[in-house]
Design a protein around this ligand. Structure first.
Ligand code: ZN
Length: 227
């Protein structure tokens, strides 16, 4: 029941913020898999962020192996960095063998231009951000059917994010979100999805309605858009 309530709340929120008009009822569907692992589709492009990762790595969230079985052919995989709670070379190799697909990460972000040129109404921009355990970490700004989705990954750095305007949905890890609160940095986003929580992490109270904690794996978030 809790799930359904959340789900309805998110749908309503996004309908309100999306200038819902007379056009076709199109939507970007986002599934929260676990950690920073997200699956997004508009029915055309199948996009994974920080997935597949090593299930349960660093005591973070596990996921069901059916998640791997459901991966479509020619999906696109984008990674913020290659720590095992975000990335698994072994699993990826197997998926590529069975389903082809394109893989992007901190080693080939310049090639994202090719992706941007080949997919309609979609761009992803790599933003170099710091992460203390690796030299190469990227956050991403996805613009898809005029909706802007920010992907923080593991960075705690607000500098780049605070300069962005008109984000529809910002996925942020808890330490980045807490840094913003502590330093009183305003982030221009309509909704916040706080991800990369521990499986049993307790969430405080008193957050604004547009801050949603991704504690429930497989939760679906819909972003309606007009064509
Ligand atoms: Zn991590």
């Amino acid at each position: 029941m809790k799930n359904i309530k959340k789900y309805i709340f998110l749908i309503i929120s996004f309908i309100i913020i999306s200038n819902f008009g007379f056009g076709q009822n199109n939507e970007i569907k986002i599934k929260f898999i676990g950690n920073c692992g997200l699956y997004m589709t508009d029915g055309d492009l199948n996009l994974y962020l920080d997935f597949p990762y090593k299930s349960g790595a660093h005591n973070y969230m596990e996921y069901d192996s059916s998640e791997l079985d459901s991966i479509s052919n020619n999906s696109v995989f984008i990674f913020t960095h290659r720590h095992s709670d975000h990335y698994s070379k072994k699993i990826l190799r197997k998926i590529k063998k069975e389903h082809e697909g394109k893989v992007f990460g901190n080693w080939n972000t310049t090639e994202l231009n090719e992706l941007n040129n080949s997919v309609n109404d979609f761009t992803v921009k790599a933003i170099k951000t710091s992460h203390k355990f690796t030299f190469k970490h990227f956050s991403y700004l996805i613009t898809w059917h005029n909706k802007k989705i920010y992907i923080s990954g593991d960075t705690g750095s607000l500098e780049e994010l605070s300069k962005l305007k008109g984000i529809d949905l910002a996925f942020m890890n808890p330490w980045l979100f807490m840094n913003a609160e502590k330093e009183k940095v305003t982030i221009d986003a309509k909704m916040f999805g706080i991800y990369h929580l521990y499986p049993d992490q307790k969430i405080g109270e008193g957050f604004p309605d547009n801050v949603h904690f991704l504690t429930e794996q497989n939760e679906i978030i819909l972003i309606p858009y007009n064509n």
